[in-house]
Design a protein around this ligand. Structure first.
Ligand code: PLP
Length: 422
């Protein structure tokens, strides 16, 4: 290979979960014939009603004179005007906002949006000073580990843990006594609901983070990939929080369009403008076909309706099935804890004092035909050595109810042996 630049070096290897996914793909390939229960998937399930929605919107687009204008022409970098209009109207009506079209930017997926923000507001500033990308509640989305050309800019904070020992449940909370947001902070970023944990930060916690950041003119990006109004993958009451320094960031991936790459940022026009220019340089704009069908599904209200009536109940049921199966299968006398299922499409398990590493647990579980994701890649930017980072696993709720129950049984048996062998 030719010589790589420093950035080339950074960007040419896989970070976090992507590296494990490679191992999983190889395991599945090598184990042909063997049936694996695969609880590693981040890909949403194709729900028939949702697929039909996108099919109907596509048919409408095909039949409309707008078709050529959508797929045969470039558009503005900010995004396809009818999509921006549909989001603006929906959010103004739903949340009593006064958004103009200058408050909205469409990106090719939300991962791209975080990449733009990470390199516009994080890393070395004009005078060479390091501006941190602060993750206030670790663990969080593994993809944040790869968004900055200067990875050492990512700085995560260890949470406070609330435990209900008798119920085998726990929940993370931001530790405001440790969290530091200063003039050296570029921006703050967290997912709400959270991938991998299913945590939903309370409205008060979001407000407190936003006001700490506002004091230093620091933007707060709320990754709302699982939030209402679409895909509405919250199982607990939550409202999006808006504010001067808050950038509300959405994704249509979990609303059934991961392949079309659609991300949305809503916030201060000055921030939107910076990201829009960066996007023009980077890739011109997101695909217009995806934007055009999304515009129809949002303007008609169908996407919000189906999110609440189809997407949310589907995953909420899966969480309930898995939680019940774990309560049945896991030994009551061991310190295992399931994070409260407040949203998203995963379950997050913590084994306190686990005698082996999460990686080792993953390997042993694989030998019993169950594939999960070890927890350690979900702590991007955490500087301290914390045993907890090697005591967790993520389980995907995309598997069937039967597979979830069977996986819980096999996990329970393995974990009993592992603690006993200690
Ligand atoms: N943020 C979170 C919390 C996610 O879970 C994901 C994908 O799984 C993304 C962002 C990236 O999504 P996309 O780039 O498809 O919008």
């Amino acid at each position: 290979t030719p010589e790589l630049t420093r950035f080339g070096e950074e960007m040419s290897h896989l970070t976090g979960v992507r590296a494990i996914m490679k191992d999983i793909v190889e395991t599945l390939r090598a184990g042909q014939g063997q049936h694996f229960i695969n609880l590693s998937a981040g890909n949403p399930v194709i729900l028939p009603e949702i697929e039909q929605l996108w099919r109907d919107c596509t048919q409408e687009l095909l039949a409309s004179p707008e078709y050529g204008n959508v797929v045969c022409r470039y558009g503005t970098s900010q995004g396809y005007e009818p999509l921006i209009e549909a989001i603006k109207n929906d959010f103004n009506q739903r949340y009593g906002l006064e958004l103009s079209d200058r408050h909205i930017l469409i990106t090719p997926g939300s991962q791209a949006l975080y990449f733009l923000a990470a390199n516009a507001f994080g890393g070395h500033n004009a005078t060479g000073r390091m501006k941190d990308i602060v993750l206030p509640l670790s663990p969080d989305y593994t993809g944040y580990g790869g968004i900055s050309l200067v990875p050492e800019a990512v700085r995560a904070y260890r949470p406070t843990i609330d435990v209900d020992e008798a119920a085998h449940r726990f929940r993370y909370r931001p530790d405001f006594s440790q969290l530091s947001i200063t003039d050296d902070t570029g921006f703050v970023l967290f997912s709400r609901p959270c991938n991998p944990t299913g945590n939903v930060l309370s409205g008060e916690d979001v407000q407190q983070i936003a006001s700490l950041a506002a004091a230093h003119n620091v933007p707060v990006l709320v990754d709302s990939a699982y939030a209402p109004p679409y895909p509405a993958l919250n199982f607990t009451d939550m409202e999006p929080v808006f504010g001067e320094n808050i950038l509300h960031c959405m994704s249509l991936s979990k609303a059934g369009l991961p392949g079309e790459r659609l991300g949305v940022a809503i916030g201060d026009p000055a921030i939107i403008n910076v990201l829009e220019c960066f996007q023009t340089n980077f890739c011109i704009h997101s695909s217009r076909y995806g934007q055009a069908i999304a515009a129809r599904a949002i303007a008609s209200g169908e996407l919000a309706r189906l999110a609440e009536q189809v997407i949310r109940p589907y995953y909420q049921d899966k969480f309930a099935v898995l939680a019940a199966a774990l309560d049945q299968a896991m030994p009551n006398d061991l310190p295992w804890y399931l994070h409260n299922g407040e949203g998203a499409i995963f379950a997050w398990l913590w084994f306190d004092q686990l005698p082996i590493t999460d990686q080792n647990l993953y390997e042993q579980l694989k030998q019993r035909g169950v594939i999960v994701v070890p927890g350690n890649p979900f702590f991007p930017g955490l500087r301290e050595d914390w045993p907890h980072t090697r005591q967790c696993v993520r389980l995907s709720l995309t598997a069937s109810r039967e597979d979830l129950a069977e996986a819980a049984t096999r996990l329970g048996a393995l974990v009993s042996e592992v603690y006993q062998a200690q």
